[in-house]
Design a protein around this ligand. Structure first.
Ligand code: PLP
Length: 441
């Protein structure tokens, strides 16, 4: 049914688009050009929004500057990958230094060893690790490794189903909708079983004899920053142990929640872990690792060893950036401060919505946050309140992901957070009566 305030939201959205468009002629022209060569002008779907995305000219610390000269405080943080802020000095210096010695080596080098040792020393469940170029690839490799390990253990050949959770995003070919679907048509053709996230009641359906492994984010990131709840991860671990199912934590995003990742924070250890995003200081990166006996499948000295021969697996730029990040940028205090700041921002934003009786809310853990609300009106209004909120924040020089997602970087300050809270209040105050569906006071 069409919401009563739908027409009003449509008008406000059209006005927001007009204002946005008028202030960004260069981005608009480039979008038109981009559409000739890139479908819809886009090569990373999540970065598209209406009427067209601004195009960035430069980025430094917590600031993005677009080609029309607008500066934005970056709360999106490249969907967690820009944890260090933009152009972090130490990473830049380390990369510059290494480039003097060649980069497309096609040979092993000391830095991959150093990085592997750092990662194994940091994440409690990782005895051994291998590198990839992205989080997607890390998850694909982890799934394949888990299936192979079970077969090697002599498990029934039909034990090949992979358990995942509703709304989970593990990469462009591993993206899931509701329990009953539909799911991403681009997904790889494994046998998946989708269970409700953070709901132990779904485990009886999930844990059937054909289940081989479970892939889960300890806190769902793209799925709306959903925390796991009290028992979910512990019970999942217990059921996996009971049934010999391999438990894989996708910590591509959540490893930022503590020095040893979410697994350390929640004190639940998986059999395998995947990593990516921020770990290489913003450079392309992925990794999968876990128990020695599982990772041993890749040992070339073993008969029938698996091969994973990615050309750029040990690329020296990413290895160097990751070493610098782990050695010098992300100690326990720094991550603690970052995640505490995220908790405070979430509480302040949530209080702003609650105090003003606005039907919007904020979820997340630590430095991963997501604003929700109003999108149930999507069909009628093409975006509802969240779309208005997103554009209002852009207009005030504050950049969140279009879907409300935020990943704080080290460079974002308490003052930046206060600015976001105050801009939220200003937006609420300036909205005409009735926009919030009669909820606002
Ligand atoms: C939890 C999670 N896993 C995997 C991926 C895929 O990583 P990449 O984009 O590096 O392939 C993402 C990316 O957003 C992610 O959020």
């Amino acid at each position: 049914m069409r919401p009563q305030n739908g027409d009003q939201i449509n008008q406000l959205r059209a006005a927001a688009y007009d204002r946005y468009r008028a202030a960004r002629p260069r981005s608009e022209a480039l979008h038109a050009q981009a559409k000739r060569f890139l479908p819809g002008g886009n090569t990373r779907s999540v970065l598209h929004f209406d009427p067209f995305p601004f195009r960035v000219e430069s980025a430094s610390e917590q600031t993005l500057v677009d080609i029309d000269g607008h500066a934005y405080v970056d709360f999106c943080g490249n969907y967690t990958a820009a944890l260090l802020g933009h152009s972090p000095d130490r990473v830049k210096a380390a990369i510059s230094e290494v480039l003097d010695h060649g980069w497309a080596l096609g040979a092993t080098h000391p830095r991959e060893v150093e990085l592997a040792e750092l990662i194994c020393g940091r994440f409690p469940s990782i005895d051994q690790v291998r590198f990839t170029n992205s989080g997607t690839e890390a998850n694909l490799m982890a799934i394949g490794t888990a299936l192979h390990h079970l077969q090697r253990q002599g498990e029934a050949a039909d034990r090949r189903t992979i358990g995942v959770f509703d709304q989970a995003y593990h990469g462009g070919v591993l993206a899931f909708g509701s329990v009953d679907g539909p799911h991403n048509p681009l997904n790889v053709p494994h046998d998946f079983r989708v269970a409700p996230f953070a709901d132990v009641a779904g485990f009886d359906d999930l844990f059937q004899p054909d289940l081989a492994c479970v892939l889960v984010e300890p806190v769902q990131g793209s799925g709306g920053c959903r925390p796991p709840g009290l028992d979910f991860l512990n019970e999942l671990r217990r059921r996996c142990d009971e049934t010999g199912t391999i438990l894989i934590f996708d910590e591509v995003m959540t490893s930022r929640l503590g020095p040893g990742g979410a697994q350390q924070r929640f004190d639940v250890l998986p059999d395998m872990t995947t990593l990516g995003k921020y770990l290489a200081g913003g450079m392309t990166f992925g990794a999968f690792g876990g128990k020695r006996e599982i990772m041993a499948s890749f040992d070339p000295d073993q008969p029938g060893a698996l091969t994973q021969a990615g050309t750029f697996n040990n690329n020296i730029v990413s290895m160097t950036a990751a070493i610098t990040t782990l050695r010098h940028e992300l100690d326990a205090d720094t991550l603690g401060e970052l995640n505490d700041r995220g908790d405070r921002l979430r509480q302040d934003l949530q209080a702003t919505f609650v105090d003003n009786n606005i039907p919007m809310w904020v979820t997340g853990v630590g430095s991963m946050l997501c604003v929700h609300g109003g999108d149930q009106m999507d069909d009628q209004t093409g975006g509802g309140l969240l779309e208005l909120y997103f554009h209002a924040m852009l207009n005030q020089g504050l950049y969140l992901a279009r879907r409300g997602f935020m990943a704080l970087s080290k460079a974002v300050t308490d003052d930046d957070c206060a600015r976001l809270v105050s801009a939220t209040q200003t937006w609420i105050d300036e909205m005409p009566a009735g926009v919030f569906g009669g909820h606002a006071q």
